[in-house]
Design a protein around this ligand. Structure first.
Ligand code: RP5
Length: 163
């Protein structure tokens, strides 16, 4: 199957967070590919990968990185595709550095910045599916079903002591 979403990250150390984006995409039936692409360690690969993503049929790029998290912004500078940035928690600054590095883009080059860590990766997968759902009825139904089930789960267990 042709992957529609690329889930990329700066290091294998980002995978325990970024796998939550993949889990959500799989749950919603959206094909994705995963790659290590580092802004600092493999800059030429970054440029090639970002430039070739749209011609290969990728529709959304999710990019996760920590610390001096330049990957999402640099990818966005080389592609017209929507780029969703996931700040990965760093050891020294708990991901605040990652968040600010990803969010503070100059006007004219957009990165949609998610929350730090697992929730951000999960929501990047969900948001990528919602972007695709604007022109794909199957993915739209999958998103609607996921949301309805999530709502019902909360309504079914109103007492926290019963969980
Ligand atoms: C960033 O540096 C990566 O995205 C990762 O979050 C961070 C640390 O990388 P490693 O030293 O663990 O490979 O580029």
């Amino acid at each position: 199957m042709q992957p529609r979403v690329a889930v990329i990250m700066g290091s294998t150390s980002d995978w325990p967070i970024m796998e939550h984006a993949v889990t959500m995409l799989e749950r919603l039936g959206v094909e994705c590919e995963t790659r290590i692409v580092s802004a600092h360690r493999t800059p030429d690969l970054l440029f090639d990968y970002a430039g070739e993503a749209a011609p290969r049929g990728i529709e959304v790029i999710i990019a996760g990185a920590g610390g001096a998290a330049h990957l999402p912004g640099m990818v966005a500078s080389k592609t017209p595709l929507p780029v969703l940035g996931v700040p990965v928690e760093s050891k020294s600054l708990k991901g605040i550095d990652s968040l600010l590095s990803i969010a503070q883009m100059p006007g004219g080059v957009a990165v949609g910045t998610l929350a730090i860590g697992k929730a951000g990766a999960t929501n990047a997968g969900l948001l990528a599916a919602q972007i695709i759902a604007t022109h794909d009825a199957d993915v739209r139904r999958a998103v609607e079903t996921f949301r309805a089930e999530q709502t019902q789960k909360v309504l079914d267990t109103p007492d926290p002591r019963a969980q």
